[in-house]
Design a protein around this ligand. Structure first.
Ligand code: 3PG
Length: 221
């Protein structure tokens, strides 16, 4: 039975409902709140702020403080220092591109949900040995997409994946139709250039389209 007092279980429950994790790159923290509101209004109260810009932690903090209805996490976390900075800024989860055991250990020690990236059985085994059973599958499309994920997931019925990397409206359904997929991550809802151009209405509309696709798949549930 899910234990909703546990942050990981609660987050997994939410992701199972939303089925999409918007991956965002923010250059200017002044864009953070309007971007988060666009996602929220589009129907996705969730954002992964990637640590790929010097202002990522500031942007994350703005969303955590000014948009409490949005579950915000940190992505592209490569070091323990970044993980600590993300937590201090209000991140509710951490995503890493690969399986970095020092970052994973930090997150486990600090009870912050972590979704490490994997794309081989060896990496899935490493995650399982740390009792992690929700993993980012990255880079999803270049690795072979939904057919590859279906094959790699076969021995691991206890693992759920968040495919990310090349996911968009055209292939979203193929991933979400796999029983092993919890949710998909992607930047297509809010590409960096749209954010830079402050095209927040466009981001809201793209988010609505994605949510509509999820609804069609789940029969409106
Ligand atoms: C990530 O940061 O997880 C990925 O680079 C996002 O991939 P995408 O830009 O292809 O969606």
């Amino acid at each position: 039975m899910p234990d909703t007092s546990d942050p990981m279980n609660e987050l997994v429950k939410q992701l199972r409902h939303w089925r999409i994790v918007p991956v965002i790159v923010i250059d200017d923290p002044r864009d953070a709140a309007p971007l988060a509101h666009a996602l929220l209004e589009g129907g996705l109260p969730c954002a992964e702020v990637t640590f790929r810009t010097p202002k990522a932690a500031d942007a994350l903090r703005v969303i955590a403080q000014e948009c409490p209805d949005v579950v915000v996490g940190a992505g592209t976390v490569l070091t323990v220092q970044q993980a600590a900075q993300a937590c201090e800024s209000g991140a509710r989860f951490i995503v890493t591109p690969g399986f970095n055991s020092t970052v994973v250990d930090y997150c486990i020690d600090h009870a912050i949900p972590v979704f490490p990236g994997v794309c081989t059985p060896t990496e899935v085994d490493a995650a399982l040995s740390n009792a992690l059973a929700v993993l980012k599958f990255f880079p999803a499309e270049p690795m072979g997409g939904a057919p590859f994920l279906k094959a790699i997931s076969a021995p691991y019925s206890m693992v759920k994946f968040i495919p990310t990397g090349g996911v968009n409206l055209n292939n979203l359904s193929a991933y979400l139709s796999l029983p092993c997929v919890l949710a998909c991550g992607g930047s297509w809802l809010a590409p960096r250039e749209w954010v830079r151009a402050r095209e927040f209405d466009r981001i809201r509309l793209e988010t609505e389209r994605a949510v509509q696709t999820v609804r069609q798949l789940t029969g409106g549930a």
